[in-house]
Design a protein around this ligand. Structure first.
Ligand SMILES: [Zn+2]
Length: 273
């Protein structure tokens, strides 16, 4: 069983558990999520694997590109270890193509493949350096990553690549603003970028903000369904992207007071807020 299989299976099961936990919280009281700030024009999404954004965040991406915002994806790996029956070199080609298609469905034209190795990411300088370069290239106001807490809620464990990527993303955003950190990138022509206001971690068990996804839900489903070879490779015979995504979106929506939503843990990167 390879890493990306693990990460997806665990996230499937654990999100269901986490949502049940969320639901119990909702039933006890009022909606407990604040709306995310939508007064921005550019965002960069940094995740470990193709499919990480499509398991719940893509409908929110579609909402924002519909508003005229520019969003770029950065895939730290190409998910090449994610299909058990496919050689990594072939899986890289297939999964990069699927990610480009799923990005296009939600209005994202640029996908940066950072080329680190799937399944064996470690928090450290090489990872920070690669993400820092992407932040300096694309100069976003908001950076979106995936949950990097140890669990998805309860005892359902998160996956090593996700944890390393999220933690490194928080640090790389600060690195990007310091011209003397990874200074070789500056010498090679990139400029420092200190304009990131917030980092958002999608589906964190500590999620405290949300955005409505009701109107763009179907495009989120299509974006996940574009990962056909990957989903086929998982061998989940009864897996239905719409059913899976609807379950999570509706439960987040109940917490937010709308039909469907996506949740985020928000980190301010500005001293004054
Ligand atoms: Zn993943």
């Amino acid at each position: 069983m390879r890493e990306c299989f693990n990460c997806s299976l665990r996230s499937l099961l654990s999100r269901r558990r986490a949502k049940l936990h969320d639901r119990s919280r909702t039933l006890k009281g009022m909606p407990d999520l604040e709306p995310v700030d939508e007064s921005w024009t550019t965002a960069l999404c940094v995740v470990a694997h193709p499919d990480d954004l499509e398991f719940g965040t893509a409908a929110a991406i579609a909402r924002w590109t519909d508003q005229g915002k520019t969003i770029v994806y950065a895939m730290v790996t190409s998910g090449e270890a994610g299909i058990d029956g496919m050689d990594p070199a072939e899986a890289r080609r297939v999964r990069e193509a699927e990610e480009l298609e799923s990005a296009k469905i939600v209005g994202v034209d640029t996908v940066d493949f950072l080329g680190l190795s799937d399944g064996v990411l470690e928090y450290g300088l090489p990872l920070r350096q690669a993400i820092c370069a992407s932040v300096r290239r694309h100069r976003p106001e908001i950076v979106i990553t995936n949950n990097f807490r140890d669990t998805w809620g309860g005892q359902a464990l998160n996956q090593a690549d996700h944890i390393a990527t999220g933690r490194a993303t928080l640090d790389a955003v600060r690195d990007a603003g310091n011209r003397w950190v990874f200074h070789d990138q500056i010498e090679d022509g990139l400029e420092r970028w200190g304009g990131v206001r917030q980092v958002w971690a999608a589906f964190s068990p500590n999620g405290n903000h949300a955005v409505e996804t009701t109107q763009t839900f179907e495009r989120g489903v299509a974006s996940l369904a574009a990962h056909k070879a990957y989903i086929d490779g998982l061998g989940w015979e009864s897996f239905d992207p719409a059913e899976f995504l609807e379950s999570g979106a509706r439960q987040a929506g109940t917490r937010f007071g709308v039909p469907m939503a996506a949740t985020f843990e928000v980190f301010s990167m500005v001293w004054s807020t």
